[in-house]
Design a protein around this ligand. Sequence first.
Ligand SMILES: CC(=O)N[C@H]1[C@@H](OP(=O)(O)OP(=O)(O)OC[C@H]2O[C@@H](n3ccc(=O)[nH]c3=O)[C@H](O)[C@@H]2O)O[C@H](CO)[C@@H](O)[C@@H]1O
Ligand SMILES: C=C(OP(=O)(O)O)C(=O)O
Length: 441
Amino acid sequence: MNAFEIIGGKKLKGEIQPQGAKNEALQIIAAVLLTDQKITISNIPDIKDVNKLIELLGDMGVSIERLSKDTYTFEAKNINLDFFLSESFKAKGGGLRGSIMIVGPLLGRFGTAAIPKPGGDKIGRRRLDTHFLGFEKLGAKFVYDTKKEFFNVDATNLKGAYILLDEASVTGTANIVMAAVLAKGTTTIYNAACEPYLQQLCKMLNRMGAKITGVGSNLLTIEGVTKLGGTEHRMLPDMIEIGSFIGLAAMTESEITIKNVCYAELGVIPDVFKKLGIKFELRGDDIYIPSQKNYVIESFIDGSMLTVADAPWPGFTPDLLSIVLVVATQAKGNVLIHQKMFESRLFFVDKLIDMGAQIILCDPHRATVNGINKQYKLRGISMTSPDIRAGVSLLIAALSAEGKSTIFNIEQIERGYQDIDIRLRALGAQIKRVEVSGPGH
Ligand SMILES: CC(=O)N[C@H]1[C@@H](OP(=O)(O)OP(=O)(O)OC[C@H]2O[C@@H](n3ccc(=O)[nH]c3=O)[C@H](O)[C@@H]2O)O[C@H](CO)[C@@H](O)[C@@H]1O
Ligand SMILES: C=C(OP(=O)(O)O)C(=O)O
């Protein structure tokens, strides 16, 4: 096991390039199963979750060639459907959330699919009803083996249908879209998730020959086709990394330029950080954040306390709420953080309280942060990262804190952030990776 040792309290300076988007990569890479033609994908982040999915596809028979650090070709000519019965599939498929998205393409192309209950962060119940109810509407039958925690799905003939999703699930929408593109007839998906990564998926599928309209809205219409072909695709920069770096700059009073952010795709993310009082400017397509000692949280127009809550896109992504929370601890003013989607994503605040932050955890979904306006610095402690975004929030807290912090369980962070220690050191951070034995603190 590895840990990060951080000596905090240093200002950072320089430029940082966000990696390709993790959650886009998982959708896009699963989509290569929809065709026997070659697909070239670039700006793929070199992170644990993505590499696990690529390995899984390789095990299933996809020919994979790595052209450079971030560019691969995939050719899903000969897929070994018997692989689903293997123990190896059970172990690897269950290792990440994104593996669930192989079901839609397999169902669309081969009429059958299986998947162990997928992994991902333990941040509350993470049900899959939307996925399987959608497949059912398209004519598939699914069986869930509760003992083995295994889903089997079969469909001799997928047929287009009207599907009103029970919730705007991101991976659920991606999965149903990927099944529907090869179904017979027209599928309409209402209450579809519509975030940029899903738009990217739909655009790529259209380049492969799919007929999807309504991209970017919550009403998608898909006219099924019989075959899809190859294409090339480039991943967007990771918006969660971009938000994380804005937060990092503010907490550590650093002057940082985040390069090539595709600003138009960031939705309300920049505005939420502005509401925390953080100043930055757009220079070309870079976000420039000057070193700033203090930042003051805005109130609502009527003078009431700011609430930052998550919502399906174009609302604010839940994946950045932990970052907003940590950044607010050093702001001037108060904010209510309302994590509506996930039930257990705020349980890392005890570590921030240990570091000296003033936070009241009101209930599993809400925390009130009393920003201390940098009257004193947080103090370094030893802590364990419970999930990917909490992990990065703790990392940001540690970089701003006085003294030494140790963060255990950094595998959680590294499933989504590429070479994070190396990139932070390039900005002047004192962070080093150390090997530890035992589970940590
Ligand atoms: C691999 C991947 O892409 N993971 C992302 C994906 O997960 P994932 O696709 O698994 O998340 P879903 O969109 O299905 O749902 C996330 C949670 O929000 C709840 N929910 C969802 C929609 C809704 O309208 N109301 C509601 O309450 C769900 O019950 C669930 O608890 O989207 C989540 C929500 O943006 C992100 O946190 C994850 O990082
Ligand atoms: C929760 C996340 O990922 P996953 O859905 O893969 O667990 C995340 O990216 O913040």
